[in-house]
Design a protein around this ligand. Structure first.
Ligand code: SF4
Length: 741
């Protein structure tokens, strides 16, 4: 029996796990009692990781060898790694030569490790010279990134999980943490039990399990969050609950915001949000006057056509009331995926560069070019997720490389995405599981390692970097994601810049050493930046455990970097910083945070007489993304066994529907047939469907007759103009009873 410490590959809580194995087969998993994210606890998904890793279905669906299709719609046949990577390099080099570097695109994933992300980013922006690299994290947290940068000056969540234990008021908005971040929610429940004075406010269109524990539940209309926050500020100003001394000393832009929220009168806000003036006032009072208020928020704010405004308007409340930079207080955005944060750190999005640098900043581009040893990094903005697939559908992007994500199921407006995959001249899919819907569109399928086999690092919601370690060898010919990217890059650079030293000098034949070499380069890129981790090393992570950033090198000469955990005071294993901005100084040019004045905007696609329902999508407690792993285990269907459309009983009655009836759910983009279920947690004119169900469970059809699968047949690709994050939390739909033959 062997035990290997690693990290859960599902949500952004980032729980530590101990994998039990024979060395060749995983036999069990349990929570790591020393990991600060979970202290030994695991949720249903985490505690069944070993079963999903070894279930017969999983083993049958693993991609074990590189496969090539001579023609689309033909069977994919085995090919050697060398032949596969050579073909990929030839096709990409040809496309670049014929059409320029922006004719190729990379779509990667918040489930990749930081090292994987780093290499892909360098490959696209450094070697090829295109910024067409984006990630499924665009669908998950890019509004949070934009909101933090716009107000606080850097993409850095200022709070940490321990703040739950110090908060006197928790404001949970657009987050069903009980299902989406279960172990953090257990911590909230524990804090509540030991602190009876704590107030919990939950604002959400659905009365979720999370809302079930609220002292005050605000069932706001979909998309009305900015109005809610501006209305709360209006009341805070009226009542004198803002902290004028903090505003004067540490912020700018308050006068403009003050003028903006003058119109957000309690009556107007209550009407737009669908709540009472009394509840609105109570929320404002508890938020502002509590000793410490912590906001926890997630996709309800982020997945919106005004996602940046929602994030910024909430952060405004923290700045106006000085609920930031002290224990138990701050705006704390929760990440959906295990390494969305790591992707942000290495600049793995179309508009970012390494270490929180901005592509639009010439100095930042020059710094990264110098670090990578290339002449320059192109200034032309890359295509973000929705834009990338639209560009491929339009024929502008001709070669696509997709790693560790399943856009044919998970992207909004699925018809356009599938059209893009069909039209692209060359599609590479780097995947662990052959069942991912996107595999059907691949010219080349490259088998990748997955949880239990990979080595590297991830960063969770509270900026904590944890090691991911392999317990068993890679099956078949599967290779690590970063190594595949390196081996492709080395072949491509032989064609693009022959005779010059490689930009990718990482030993792919030694996984541990290679991944650490990549990480060390990433670490160097952070020197002097807000997320400086020059005080960390893999040695230190080994000896002292997971660490939060920033963690700069010791001024006296890098004591931290020596990995000498014994130098710490007894009981202290933390080198990093738990919470940010305790000194009231922000990473902006003048050191002040900036209020952002955003007026409320309605959702991009209003409900109207032909499409009278607002469709919201979201997670189930026991499933993960497209169910390639969790869908292999019967017991994880015990919570929710099959797809359904949730609808308020009064709406069902008006349409003469009974639970279990099949209904057509139709948007302007497509239609699906699904059983309807009565659900009193929803408001009138709202319906909900889980995001997980794919073609095995839920087929659909586009408005032009193409076959689709899952709820994203219906969703809209309308996105926030700043963050480019699509509005997955609202689409206007109609619901009609399906006539049985
Ligand atoms: Fe894994 Fe998230 Fe569950 Fe923790 S809470 S065990 S990270 S799915």
């Amino acid at each position: 029996m062997q035990e290997t410490k690693s990290t859960c590959p599902y949500c952004g809580v980032g729980c530590g796990v101990i994998i039990e194995s024979t060395g060749t087969q995983i036999t069990g998993v349990r929570g790591d009692p020393t990991h600060p994210a979970n202290f030994g606890r695991l949720c249903t998904k985490g505690s069944t990781l070993h079963l999903t890793a070894t279930s017969p279905v999983t083993l049958q669906t693993r991609l074990l060898h590189p496969l090539q299709r001579a023609q689309r719609n033909e069977a994919a046949l085995p090919v050697t790694w060398d032949a596969a990577l050579t073909l990929a390099a030839d096709r990409f080099a040809h496309t670049i030569a014929q059409h320029g570097p922006d004719a190729v695109g990379f779509y990667v994933s918040g489930q990749l490790l930081t090292e994987d992300y780093y290499v892909f980013n360098k490959l696209a922006k450094g070697l090829i010279g295109t910024n067409n690299i984006d990630t499924n994290s665009r669908l998950c947290m890019s509004s949070a990134v934009a909101g933090y940068k716009q107000t606080l000056g850097a993409d850095a969540p200022p709070a940490c999980y321990d703040d739950v234990n110090h908060a006197q008021c928790l404001f949970i908005v657009g987050s069903n943490a009980a299902w989406a971040h279960p172990i953090l929610f257990r911590r909230i429940e524990d804090a509540r039990a030991t602190n009876p004075g704590m107030k919990v406010i939950v604002a959400d269109p659905r009365r979720t399990d999370t809302a079930g524990m609220a002292d005050l539940f605000l069932p706001i209309q979909p998309g009305s969050d900015v109005m809610l926050f501006n209305g709360m500020l209006h009341i805070m100003l009226w009542e004198g609950w803002v902290d004028t001394a903090y505003i004067a000393a540490h912020t700018t832009g308050f006068d403009e915001l003050k003028a903006l929220v003058r119109d957000a009168t309690p009556e107007r806000v209550a009407q737009t949000c669908g709540i009472s003036v009394a509840d609105l006032t109570t929320a404002a009072k508890w938020f502002a006057t509590s000793k410490a208020t912590l906001s926890l928020y997630c996709q309800g704010l982020n997945q919106s056509s005004s996602g940046t405004a929602k994030n910024a308007a909430l952060i405004n409340l923290h700045l106006a009331t000085a609920q930031i930079g002290k224990p138990g207080a701050g705006p704390f955005s929760l990440t959906g995926q295990p390494n969305a944060m790591g992707g942000r750190e290495v600049g793995g999005l179309a508009n970012l560069l390494s270490a929180h640098r901005d592509l639009a900043n010439p100095q930042h581009r020059a710094e990264v070019a110098a670090l990578w040893g290339v002449a320059d990094v192109p200034s032309k903005p890359g295509k973000t997720a929705v834009e990338m697939f639209q560009a491929a559908a339009d024929g502008e992007i001709k070669a696509l490389w997709i790693a560790c994500t399943n856009p044919a199921q998970s992207m909004p407006d699925q018809a356009t995405v599938r059209r893009a995959l069909q039209r692209a001249e060359f599609v590479v899919v780097q995947e662990a599981f052959a069942t991912a819907a996107t595999c059907a569109f691949a010219d080349l399928l490259l088998p990748a390692t997955t949880w239990g086999e990979k080595t590297g690092t991830v960063t969770n919601s509270e900026r904590r970097i944890s090691r991911v370690r392999p317990a068993v060898p890679a099956p078949g010919e599967a290779r690590h994601d970063w190594a595949i990217a390196v081996q492709f890059a080395q072949r491509l650079e032989a064609r693009l810049r022959p005779g010059r030293p490689t930009l990718f000098p990482y030993p792919t034949e030694h996984a541990e050493q290679g991944a650490e070499t990549v990480w060390n380069e990433h670490r160097e890129s952070t020197r002097g930046r807000d997320l400086d981790i020059t005080g960390l090393s893999w040695d230190l992570l080994e000896h002292a455990g997971p660490q939060q950033w920033p963690c700069p090198a010791h001024p006296a000469g890098g004591v931290n970097a020596d990995g000498n955990a014994n130098a710490l005071p007894p009981g202290n294993r933390d080198f990093g910083k738990a919470r940010l901005y305790e000194d009231g100084v922000f990473p902006t040019a003048d050191g002040r945070a900036r209020f952002a004045a955003h007026a409320w905007q309605p959702t991009a696609e209003p409900r109207e007489s032909r499409y009278p329902f607002s469709l919201t999508t979201g997670r189930l407690r026991d499933q993960w993304h497209g169910m390639t792993r969790t869908g292999t285990l019967g017991r994880l269907f015990g919570h929710v066994a099959e797809p359904s459309l949730q609808m308020h009983p009064q709406d069902m009655e008006r349409r003469k529907l009974a639970s279990g009836d099949l209904v057509h759910v139709t948007s302007k983009r497509g239609s699906i047939v699904v059983p309807v279920q009565a659900d009193t947690t929803l408001g009138l004119s709202q319906v909900f469907m889980a995001m997980h169900w794919g073609s095995e469970f839920l087929s659909g059809v586009s408005s032009t007759g193409e076959r689709l699968a899952g709820v994203n047949a219906l969703t809209t690709s309308a996105f926030c103009p700043t963050s480019k994050q699509p509005e997955l939390k609202h689409a206007a739909v109609k619901v009609l009873k399906a006539e049985l033959p």
